[in-house]
Each structure stands twice: as C-alpha cells, then as structure tokens.
Write a protein that binds this ligand. Sequence first.
Ligand SMILES: [Zn+2]
Length: 162
Amino acid sequence: MNTVDLITLYRSKDITETWKSAQSLEVINHPQHGLISPNKYRAMFHGKPCPYCGQKMKHGNEFKTNLKKKAIELGYQYIDKQGEKYINNVAGSCFFHPNYVTLDHKLNKARFPEKLFDYDNLQIMCWRCNHEKGDNNAFDIQHTYQYLDALAEETLERYQVL
Ligand SMILES: [Zn+2]
C-alpha cells in the first residue's frame, strides 16, 4: 500500500476498514525486523510493560473472549477516566483484557491517512491507555508532565529541604 493510495482516503470508515483489513499483511517497515504485519508487531510485546502505565501487556487468543459475561467474569471490565464501566471491545463482538497490546497512531489516522502504516507514527500501548488517550494528541506530553510532576513530589518527600 503506497502513500498516494492512502492519502486519497477521506472517509473515516474507509480509513478504519483499510487499517482493519491490513492486520495480517506485511505493511509496516520495522527498522530491525523488516516488513511485518500489525499483528506480528503487537505479538512481540506480549509480557512487556506498557510504556505508559507499566502494566504487563497481553497478546493472544487466551486474552480475549466473544462473550461479554465471560469478559466480566475474567475481570476485563474496569472503571475508566470518565468513571464509566468499560470493556475493551471491537464492534461489541470481541472483548479484550484491559492491558491487551494495541498499536496507536501518534498522529490521528483520520487526519493523516498517509501515515497509517508508517513505523514512526505507530506506538505500542495497552488498550486501557489507548482508550484513555482517545484522540488526545497531547497525551504523550501530558503523560511525561505527570511523570515528572510525580518524580518531583517523590524527590521532595525523600530529600526534604533543610
Ligand atoms: Zn497502559
């Protein structure tokens, strides 16, 4: 899939379908692994910590279910930032572990369709963090700020000013 084809995608439905239909195709040019599929890219992060929340990420069939009841039993439901009960799912048909590996587009895919499969525009994070990020393009910098703020607070607590 080349950039010219991608840039002609305007409707968000087309963009989402293009992304979904390419999940098993070798469309990402990874600097170490060469051309890999989004699925393979995600699978490499099973058991690794999410760069945002630090939770161990999950990947594979044993971390998803088609039944909402089962998902709740498995503890996949959580309270999100809006205070709502939430379960990660795709079109209501498949429910995922909260820390399932996702591939996020740094620059929103609806606004930058030509960067849909661009390695530099992709970042790994768990589904819960991805849900909280939403379309917030400042998520990364806000997260860094929160981290530094917490670090400063911790430092002040440990090393009190004399
Ligand atoms: Zn996370």
